[in-house]
Design a protein around this ligand. Sequence first.
Ligand code: AHG
Ligand code: MN
Ligand code: MN
Length: 336
Amino acid sequence: MAVPASAVVQLRSQPNPPSLQSCLLAAERASRDDAVRSLSWIVSAISSAAKGIAARLRTAGLDGALGAVGQVNVQGEAQQALDVIANELLIRELESREGVMVLGSEENDELMLIDGLPAHGGRYAVLFDPLDGSSNLDVGGAVGTIFSIYELAAGEETRLQAGRRQGAAGYVLYGPSTVLVMTLGNGVDMFVLEPTVGNFLRVAERIAMPAKGKTYSVNEANLDTFPAGYQRFLAACRKSGYGSRYAGAMVADVHRVLLQGGIFLYPPTAKAPKGKLRLMYEANPMSMILEQAGGIGSTGTGSILDHEPESLHARVPVILGSREDVAALLAELASD
Ligand code: AHG
Ligand code: MN
Ligand code: MN
């Protein structure tokens, strides 16, 4: 059966796609809000770091940057050399941008406070997962960077805010090409890195994700310890012909869901009773992206974006997907 044209996000090549920088400038010009200027300035710093990360990833198999560094991060995970390199590149680009007052990273135990007050404009916190899916590094699989940006209230630099308060969010997927997807709170745009000149060029704007998909994305090895509602939902998906796709990097898996619809899950498990993924730099930014594109982000009991943060590295069950798929799962969870 032919797939209806509306079933997936259509990506058409345009003769002269605009660069990320020109899109950010256009967003600034179109808005009277000073915050848009600051947010786009910060996204531009992240895009510079992403180019550096993409370059290091390309040569990692040749210059010895693969493998672990023999250190464990605050979450007890062995750090890969590229986790550390990506983290340093992001910190270096962001710490000197005016307005950036606080950084928070998966690879650092605590929030990092930056000295000095901005001469004008707001104050911002940037939270990030420098390399997502880093277990894919040594086997040439896709990895990503995830970021989340908040405007800070004066004197509240270290207070974590719920994801609903994010001013901007996005991710970079390092796959066959380097793809940047972001929102400034007014729709989701997608850019691909043109490697010869080094510009991110826009390939899709105002992405509207499909209302329903045909695949689910979950680590099925954990199925036996998922709460019963998840198990019933997944059984129903299989019965109705859904396929399964799991890259083991949230960025790659959620990117597929954004473009083709379906559902990504990291439920509570026996090993990780609150789920494995981190609220502040994994669940919240991905949730903002999906909601801005017409999808849903849920913890199973409420919206991810309304979940009050307990700490920088707090974990939360994650459901991200097309609205009909998520609604079907939530109905199963509610019936227990
Ligand atoms: P990170 O590499 O930043 O620690 O994140 C890994 C996360 C996420 O990308 C992915 O969805 C998930 O871990 C995979 O976990 P499992 O190996 O348990 O499936
Ligand atoms: Mn991650
Ligand atoms: Mn990571």
